[in-house]
Design a protein around this ligand. Structure first.
Ligand code: NDP
Ligand code: OXD
Length: 314
């Protein structure tokens, strides 16, 4: 059985070493453009590969995305028809929940104001509403959105979420489908986007959507937070709404083009927190265990887990 690794911006050698250590009876090769591979390929491990990889690598039986998102693969016209498996792992989920909870609390507890005051050596208290007065809404209630929603509910926020199919999550008001989208937005003070990038979600969060967020929240204007994918948002609209005060704040980990351009107005937009796609930097050892476990199970005849639905794109 053989594994091929095709990655950009990841350490291919380290991935190869980890897979060899876990599956010593498998051959592991690294794909490099124009360099022929030896023999058949059973499994391909891919992260933002050069599209030529799919022309040069013999048809694999399974493709593994080395991340939770698969938009980097779904956009490739020559993606093989083999099952496409994505990462679902606690080492990733818990990190994402940390980032989301931290950003929600940062805006809720007015941390940017206190940070600016500290720079001025200014001792000045501001009114602090309780979490139970603040309505957080999550776009996406999947592996990541569901976990973050539960954590925020435990802190005491009024939590709701929106997904494609209806869901039941204790302590979380669940909305589903386009017909309930506006209702969900109207009750939301802090919007957290954890949607995958698909044809249906591309450019979804624009001025029209953000203008539907609650205008009567205890903090005043709403806040927008995104750690899903930048392609689901309109960045010019967000920058303008932060500047005009239509948005009180934002926390953005993902952008349509990464790295974010040096001249993007988002860097200096008031109340905007920017992190460089690190919300859920995950542990490569844990992800390698997950992939090796899936390969072992597959070879014993067990079904693959977390296979992407090609029709919906996630
Ligand atoms: P899941 O597939 O588990 O969840 C996706 C959620 O989005 C589901 O609740 C799904 O609805 C919902 N959804 C998808 N399309 C629509 C739509 N058209 N309308 C309404 N709801 C929709 O994904 P994960 O939670 O594991 O990951 C989410 C995304 O987070 C990834 O795709 C990736 O892009 C991003 N990510 C970012 C990271 C970072 O460091 N910034 C790290 C890891 C992931 P339903 O439940 O009905 O299917
Ligand atoms: C992922 C990511 O999709 O890191 O896992 O964005």
């Amino acid at each position: 059985m053989s594994i091929v690794i095709a990655v950009t911006n990841f350490n291919a050698e380290a991935w190869a070493d980890r897979m060899k250590a876990r599956l010593p009876d498998h051959s592991v090769q690294i794909w490099r453009k124009g360099e022929p591979l030896e023999g058949e390929v059973d499994y391909m491990l891919a992260w933002k590969p050069d599209p030529a990889a799919f022309d040069e690598v013999p048809q694999p039986k399974v493709v593994f995305s080395l991340g939770a998102g698969v938009d980097h693969l779904m956009k490739m016209p020559n993606l093989p028809q083999a099952p496409l498996v994505r990462i679902v792992d606690p080492s990733l989920t818990t990190r994402m929940t940390e980032w989301v909870v931290f950003q929600v609390l940062l805006h809720h507890r007015n941390h940017l104001t206190y940070d600016a005051q500290q720079a001025e050596h200014l001792w000045k208290a501001h009114a602090q509403p309780q979490a139970s007065k603040v309505r957080v809404g999550l776009l996406g209630l999947g592996e990541l959105g569901g976990d973050a929603a539960r954590a925020l509910a435990r802190i005491g926020f009024q939590v709701a979420g929106w997904s494609r199919r209806s869901k039941v999550i204790e302590g979380v008001k669940c909305y589903a489908g386009e017909e309930r989208f506006d209702e969900f937005l109207h009750r939301t003070d802090i919007l957290v986007n954890l949607l995958p990038l698909t044809p249906d979600t591309k450019g979804l969060v624009d001025r029209a959507v953000l203008s539907k967020l609650a205008q009567n929240g205890v903090h005043g204007a709403p806040v927008y937070i995104n750690a899903g994918r930048g392609g689901t948002q309109n960045e010019a609209d967000i920058a303008e709404m932060l500047t005009s005060g239509a948005l009180r704040g934002a926390s953005l980990d993902v952008f349509e083009t990464e790295p974010l351009a040096e001249d993007s107005p988002l860097w200096d937009a008031p109340g905007c927190v920017i992190t460089p796609h690190v919300a859920a930097e995950s542990d490569p050892e844990a992800l390698s265990d997950y992939i090796a476990g899936q390969i072992r199970g597959y070879e014993q005849g067990l079904p693959l887990q977390n296979v992407v639905d090609r029709k919906t794109g996630y």
